[in-house]
Design a protein around this ligand. Structure first.
Ligand code: BES
Ligand code: MN
Length: 459
């Protein structure tokens, strides 16, 4: 197709843009990067302007979002392309091969924080739009592009923006999100489900002060011991979460997805090899893919307590804390699960300790494909991917969360197609994050095709 070749020809220019974008350290969780957040937001706005869109920076209580549109023409379907310009922290710079905010090309990838989450993907859309604009092509759809700066902190203010959009604009028929990674390497993947999330932190205290472990040790509770006992109690020997009610709302897979799951060309060996783990460990009775896509989990993300400095210090610590997050599957209610977790931690607080429990953000899982119409939409998306990537796509669930996808449905009334461009070994949220240049090139093709094909089936 002529159009796709034209896009490929511009690849060097697209790559230069990606380097510029990744060089901006737009870390959303740390106030020290406030100016860079603004810079990234403005950079995205400029790209949207260059793509011929009408743009606006919408302020929120924290980080602003870019909203762009192509002018609304009567009778056309309305698509929404969503992504985020904020990135996860990259504070452990020394563990990176290349500094995280000095994008570097190596072995067919661009390395840098945010390259694959989500700057590469959102830029792929903007590059496709700009190229189409430069070719003088008018889009066969009404389009809104929404690029936010709070995804990595749970999109706390974006639902407010969606409510405004619902009032200001013609209704949105379909959202396209490419902020996911393929199920296996070498096969583009349409995802029809995301997991939800509940985040919390426990601060445990056993005394008013740190004490000498010789004079006082063994006579009052040790905060580390109390916390570790509590943490260990949350799972049983079969790696099942012991918290009552945790699995109550979990449903069996639908028949069609069970069939997709079974035919998925997944190999556990390279999966474990990339992680560098000696064996798979998880809830008994489930396969690796069931565990990461169909089952909820409770994961401890960070733990502190006692003396962490050089050498030794003979004390009994009086405080310890743990950060954790639960990944939810469809039909689990994040509010209920958040309450259930809180209740359990408070009830199980060891004698001699007290807990300050702090809830973090929470969001539900997402699922489409429950009826024929949604499955037809997934098939159309598969066709777009097949043509752009020239490989037969897979259909799978996804284990990550994109908190705003469910509000697209509840506030805007729009279903979301997850057409991920990332690869499983891109290192998102980890060090040496990278984006495959081949995925970038094909993702740009996919975006252009999607705009031409998906409007028709979204109504
Ligand atoms: N892009 C990710 C979702 C994702 C996860 C894609 C794994 C590919 C692989 C998204 O930006 C993300 O990281 N979401 C967070 C949400 C959380 C902070 C609320 C997640 O899943 O941890
Ligand atoms: Mn992320």
């Amino acid at each position: 197709m002529e159009l796709l070749n034209r896009l490929d020809e511009k690849f060097e220019t697209h790559l230069e843009r990606l380097k510029e974008f990744v060089a901006i350290p737009s870390v959303s969780t740390d106030p020290q990067y406030e100016a860079d957040i603004r810079r990234a937001c403005e950079w995205v706005r400029e790209q949207a302007v260059a793509a011929g869109l009408t743009t606006e920076v919408r302020e929120t209580a924290r980080h602003p979002a870019v909203i762009a549109h192509n002018g609304f023409r009567q009778g056309l379907p309305h698509l929404l392309i969503y992504g985020h310009y904020d990135v996860q922290p990259a504070e452990e710079e020394s563990t990176w091969k290349h500094p995280p905010f000095q994008p570097t090309l190596e072995d067919g990838h661009l390395y840098g924080r945010g390259a694959s989450d989500n700057k590469g993907q959102i830029l792929a859309h903007l590059c496709a739009l700009r190229a189409l604009h430069e070719m003088g092509r008018e889009l066969p759809v009404n389009l809104t592009v929404l690029v936010e700066g709070e995804e990595e902190i749970g999109s706390p203010n974006l639902t407010e923006v969606l409510k405004q959009l619902a009032k200001e604009r013609p209704p949105i028929d379909l959202a396209i999100v490419s902020d996911t990674s393929t199920a296996v390497k070498g096969r583009p993947t349409i995802q029809y489900s995301l997991r939800g999330i509940v985040i919390a932190e426990v601060f445990l205290k056993t005394a008013a002060r740190e004490i000498h472990s010789g004079i006082f040790g063994g006579t009052t509770e040790n905060a580390i011991r109390a916390l570790v006992r509590l943490v260990a109690k949350a799972h049983d020997d079969n790696n099942r979460v012991t918290i009552p009610g945790f699995y109550d709302a979990v449903r069996e897979p639908m028949e069609w997805e069970q069939a997709e799951l079974e035919s998925l060309p997944f190999q556990e060996e390279p999966y474990l090899e990339w992680i560098g783990a000696s064996q798979a460990v998880g809830e008994s009775g489930f396969t690796t893919n069931q565990r990461r896509w169909f089952r909820p989990t409770l994961e401890f993300n960070g733990i502190t307590g006692g003396y962490q400095g050089k050498g030794s210090k003979t004390i009994v610590p009086h405080t310890a804390s743990v950060k954790f997050s639960a990944r939810l599957v469809p039909d689990q209610d994040p509010v209920e699960i958040a309450d259930l977790l809180q209740k359990w931690f408070l009830q199980n607080c060891p004698p001699g300790a007290e807990i300050d429990y702090q809830k973090g953000h929470a969001g539900p899982a997402y699922l489409i494909g429950r009826d024929e119409q949604e499955r037809a939409l997934l098939e159309t998306a598969k066709g777009v991917m097949r043509e752009a990537f020239e490989v037969e796509p897979l259909i799978s669930r996804h284990g990550g969360a994109i908190p705003i996808v469910t509000p697209f449905e509840t506030i805007l009334g729009a279903k979301t197609l997850l057409m991920g461009m990332g690869l499983p070994d891109d290192g998102v949220h980890s060090y040496d994050e990278r984006f495959s240049l081949e995925q970038f090139r094909k993702g740009i093709r996919m975006s252009a095709l999607a705009l031409h094909r998906l409007g028709k089936s979204s109504g």
